[in-house]
Design a protein around this ligand. Sequence first.
Ligand code: GRF
Length: 205
Amino acid sequence: MQWSRIAVFASGQGSNFAALVEAQRAGRLGPGSIDLLVSDKPEAPVAQRAEEAGISTLLLRPKDFASRELYEAEIVAELQRREIGLIVLAGYMRLITPVLLTPYAGRIINIHPSLLPAFAGKDAIGQALDYGVKLTGVTVHFVDGGMDTGPVIAQRSVVVEDNDTAGSLAERIHMVEYGLYPEVVGALASGRIELDGRKTIIRHS
Ligand code: GRF
């Protein structure tokens, strides 16, 4: 297993996936190479983006399997066949079970559109607007068995403007995501991120 061989998991639009592919093309993912897109929604736009980018896809419907575990076992077999070392969740709308977590412990990351631990779970941008916070942002974190609870790797803040709608705030949050995620993935692929308990350290060279 090599850290540099990456599978991106996504369920939706895939704009973060596209930003990662673009970063790799521009030489901003270090040794990172996106070798596979995994999606639980074969009809999602991200699947088409991958095909257009010439990236292999694994498109499986969880409901075609008898259990979540069997669905994930099929994914793990394919990841291991391809010697994937790093799993990058980018809008993958499912909780991960130990079937995937155990062989990839410390090697799965996620991006979430809030400053965790605030506004975990679904619709983080709507939650932040409803709460009335003046500052929100983006978090990249390791994935554990919980919902957005793993150790934080990097965070960036985004100011909430008085006239923001969910759409306008999401747009600015996305722009921050497209910069931050490739940076973290590149650092991980280069072995520059250390994890000590819940604390992560990114070495900058
Ligand atoms: C992003 O906002 C990400 O933070 C969240 O899901 C969204 C995915 O958007 N986890 P996209 O599919 O990358 O466009």
